[in-house]
Design a protein around this ligand. Sequence first.
Ligand SMILES: Nc1nc2c(c(=O)[nH]1)N[C@H]1C(S)=C(S)[C@@H](COP(=O)(O)O)O[C@H]1N2
Ligand SMILES: [Mo]
Length: 201
Amino acid sequence: MDGIVSRGFRGRRPEEAGRIPPGQYLERDFPVLTAGPTPRRDLARWDFRVLGPDGAETGRWTWAEFGLLPHEDITCDIHCVTRWSKLDTHWRGVAVDALLGTPPGGVTHVIAFCDGGYTTNLPFEAVQGGRAWIADTYEGQPLSPEHGGPARLLVPALYLWKSAKWVRGLRLAFRDAPGFWETRGYHNHGDPWKEQRYTDD
Ligand SMILES: Nc1nc2c(c(=O)[nH]1)N[C@H]1C(S)=C(S)[C@@H](COP(=O)(O)O)O[C@H]1N2
Ligand SMILES: [Mo]
């Protein structure tokens, strides 16, 4: 029997079928992938800001204010371009929709910015309509510093490099502006189901 079961499906549970994008393997742990040191920010000096295309601040929340915003429970699968996927991860966070409100006409992209200087670009639709959150809780615990605590962007539909850790805000933009990995050979969009790993994929 074992011999006719293909390698990729051995040991895979039925509920996992069809949930692992091409070229990915199932990971049970939660690897840490960070370019550079883990920033530590005093919560008293943390804020989350939304900036308009002109750079003007259109929204700002302190940590205390952010904590009072409506939070949602999120269960999602996450996919890292280094080929691990993790299923049914549980988060809590604030929907990006609730932070952006109604943006000015003509906005096409958002740029996430972070403590430590990391940035990533996303089409506006990718963070709209319940597709993205600012997550502060993972598996019932405050998000750990290694995984982006106190808060990270969570965009489960795209490779995990788009889920910026230690995120401090979103800048709305009228045009695209590739971020940290997008200017270092990674794909501009990063859809795991289309295997958009590298620039020319
Ligand atoms: N600020 C910041 N966010 C980041 C990164 C980073 O280096 N800095 N790495 C990205 C990459 S490449 C991946 S795969 C995921 C990894 O998240 P994890 O360490 O929680 O697994 O975070 C993304 N977000
Ligand atoms: Mo990554």
